[in-house]
Design a protein around this ligand. Sequence first.
Ligand SMILES: Cc1ncc(COP(=O)(O)O)c(C=O)c1O
Ligand SMILES: [Zn+2]
Length: 436
Amino acid sequence: MSQFIFSPFIKSLTCLRCSRAYSRADFITEHFQYVCNCRPNQLSDVGTLDVQYDYAAIQQSISPKHIQQDADRSIGRYWPLLPLAARTSLAPVSVGNTPLLAVDRLGELLGLSALYVKDDGRNPSASLKDRASAIAVALAQENRLPVVATASTGNAAAALAGQSAAAGQDCVIFVPKSAPRAKIAQLLVYGSTVLTVDGSYDDAFDLCTAACKEFGWFNRNTGYNPFMTEGKKTVAFEIAEQLGDAQQGENASVFVAPDVVFVSVGDGCIIGGVHKGFKDLLALGWIKKMPRLYGVQSTGSAALYSAWRGDAEFPQLVQATTRADSISVNAPRDPIKALNAVRQTNGAFVAVPDEAILNAMLPLARLGGVFAEPAGAAAFAGLQQAVAQKLVQPDETIVVINTGSGLKDIDAAMQTTGEPMVIAPTLQAVRQSLGL
Ligand SMILES: Cc1ncc(COP(=O)(O)O)c(C=O)c1O
Ligand SMILES: [Zn+2]
């Protein structure tokens, strides 16, 4: 039996359902403890594990100034807050350091004075999922695990494929065969082993979990592998650090929390990660307050929204139907972290129809300069609705996370714009078509 190697700053992993704490000794490579034994095989009330750090030790080893002065702009700069044994285990594909854009014209449209878009479509494989897959592959390398596998609506898979290629790691991917072509192309070009499943994302998820058990592969599945939250949280670190940069001055802090963050939600792992990132910074005393977190779902895939509305502890299964494929989920796999993120920060869940999601792609691109895939634009559609419902104030500092690039799904984009004009190659045709 080999001990699983991970960060020396991790004290334990605690079940968010029954509070049982697993010590470092409980983690071995042969039978990795992904979730708590209290309900290991359930869909929506599985015992999700949360990584607990020794913040006092972290404070001794790193300060905000150290981080600010680090020449490495990738997520490796936050190493003591990552679950890795060494920052050098990250593959040589720089993940993170995506821009936090002050989108003033977009703010004007909504009457907001401090609106930002964190454009995570500008990661190596063009989605936020690179942050988590980077951690999965680095842990696999540290522990010499031969194969990493994941189920995915497409982005987590593309991210795993890209990170694996960069690290020389074998990976197996399970995606629904309906995933957008661009995402499938990424998987194939990166050279991963691709199994397109004739079924839903949920079917792919269960099949991947069964295959990992059967063949001893390291399971990267969202909401199941507790370390994925630890990668996704780096987006919160960057938001706070970039807001700190934007508010430079005599007594400026390195990290500054916004008032509000909007993020789209499928399984709920990203919003749980955003929460964890701000919780880490708060525990270290590096930010002064917790932002309110708003989770945005499609009305066609709104299990977590409904659980939150109904004050339920766990979500009910739904039959997801949404054009925003990345957030199309029947049984959310990270419900405890997602519901905690919203409830513990005084935020809310917002559900928006697909029409509003597709329409939101246009102002985001035309006034903000950000081309988002539907799931990314959903966060902005949620903000539009929240403004109408007066859930946010005009002078609050608001960050909308774009979780994926619009190039991931150009069919959805063209659905909102229609086709361009086709003209003869003559000046007269230019005059005629433009009415000049
Ligand atoms: C672009 C994009 N946005 C949002 C999400 C939703 O993230 P989560 O399933 O962690 O809630 C995903 C997940 O695949 C995604 O790829
Ligand atoms: Zn438990």
